[in-house]
Design a binder for this molecule. Structure first.
Ligand SMILES: NC(=O)c1ccc[n+]([C@@H]2O[C@H](COP(=O)([O-])OP(=O)(O)OC[C@H]3O[C@@H](n4cnc5c(N)ncnc54)[C@H](O)[C@@H]3O)[C@@H](O)[C@H]2O)c1
Length: 359
């Protein structure tokens, strides 16, 4: 019998979860959202039924697992409630609002003996998977540096809404986009352990509530009477055990001609290096073979990178629930990223390098 899923939170990402789950043969039993109409819309599009309350959804024995896609401040309470109700959980990023909350969620998952998978979906991007194959085969040697970036010209999500309200989101571009970059970098470097962060955060361009010029807005339209008290950009240097450094530049909004700066990841190892866009259809690897410099372009079929990374996440979640294999990204990955984010914000606030507290 295939995994039976409930969706908790039926906004933009809840709908993407529903579609990805269905493509992977998951049985979508139903959905719940605080706004009833959204659960009704999701289920009328993807199937299952709209529940009137989270308690009703969690009481269903016919639901094995839930995907939680609500604003960040609700991740911890709803994940804990779901685990206590005996459900496996696929929890959107960031894991929670603090490392303390993350550890509580992890402890609840262990107590409940349920799968807890983190929504670090970029791990499944075809280009990242192609590069990882070479890294896992030892072809990169020792990785010493990763440069990761996401530059948007105008990409503030839901200006004035929950994404830009610190008490609900926990932060801005770092919490929203940076967590994917940090996770993917640490993961590809063999689950590297971050030790210190030195960072600067910026805000101004994205929080110009009345004259923010844009062409499209995720989670829009803007709420001009809303709040924007988070950073719209950050630059960080993350040091890791063993000498690895990660340079991260992440901007929701920047006055930048499109395509001028490299997005994605550049990975430098002593035997090979690579560069790729997370949503790209190719990756380039530079190495040496028999005394010559060689470029490798790994072949992989990829029609829709975005869709394929979501499919990879759901394939693994389903296998974790049904067959007991390790989840795509586990609680420790979530804690590691959260601790790094906390060090980044503390460094930006103090103007000093700050240790990453993993214990
Ligand atoms: N994996 C990714 O690439 C990715 C991309 C964007 C967002 N996200 C994450 O997904 C989550 C949701 O983001 P989104 O873009 O879908 O936001 P959204 O605002 O479109 O959707 C959030 C939904 O949660 C619902 N909600 C609000 N309060 C609730 C409550 N108390 N109980 C139940 N539902 C409630 C809202 O009604 C809304 O439908 C966030 O954690 C975000 O960080 C992940």
């Amino acid at each position: 019998m295939s995994m039976r899923l409930g969706i908790v939170g039926c906004g933009a990402i809840g709908n993407i979860h529903a579609a990805a789950a269905k493509r992977q043969g998951v049985d979508l039993v139903g959905a719940w959202d605080i706004h009833e109409g959204r659960a009704a819309l999701l289920t009328s599009t993807h199937g299952g039924r709209a529940f009137g309350s989270l308690d009703d959804l969690l009481a269903m024995k016919e639901i094995d697992a839930v995907a939680i896609a609500v604003p960040n401040n609700l991740h911890a309470p709803l994940a804990i409630q779901s685990l206590r109700a005996g459900k496996h959980v696929l929890l959107e990023k960031p894991m929670a609002m603090s490392t303390a909350e993350c550890r509580t969620i992890k402890a609840e998952a262990i107590k409940a003996r349920r799968v807890l998978e983190l929504g670090f979906v970029c791990r499944g991007a075809p280009a990242a998977r192609a590069v990882r194959h070479f890294i896992d085969a030892g072809r990169f040697g020792r990785i010493s540096h990763i440069k990761c970036a996401s530059y948007r010209r105008r990409g503030v999500p839901g200006l004035g809404g929950w994404f830009t309200t610190k008490s609900i989101s926990g932060g801005g571009a770092v919490i929203d986009l940076g967590v994917h970059l940090i996770d993917l970098s640490l993961f590809l470097a063999g689950n590297a352990s971050p030790t210190h962060a030195s960072a600067q955060v910026f805000s101004g361009l994205g929080c110009r509530m009345r004259d923010y010029v844009y062409t499209a807005m995720w989670a829009g339209p803007p709420r001009l009477d809303g709040t924007c008290d988070v950073e719209d950009g950050a630059t960080a240097l993350i040091r890791c055990d063993g000498g690895l450094t990660i340079e991260m530049n992440v901007f929701w909004a920047a006055n930048l001609p499109e395509g001028q700066l490299s997005d994605g990841l550049t990975i430098l190892g002593d035997k090979a290096g690579a560069t790729f866009q997370i949503f790209g259809r190719s990756a380039k690897i530079a190495t040496e073979e028999e005394g010559r410099l060689v470029d490798i372009v790994p072949h992989f079929t990829c029609e829709d990178p975005d869709r394929e990374m979501w499919d990879a996440q759901y394939t693994q979640f389903r296998r974790a629930v049904e067959d007991g294999v390790a989840p795509h990204a586990d609680a420790d990955a979530g804690i590691r990223v959260q601790a790094t984010v906390e060090a980044i914000y503390a460094s930006a606030a103090t103007g000093r390098e700050v240790p990453v507290s993993l214990s």
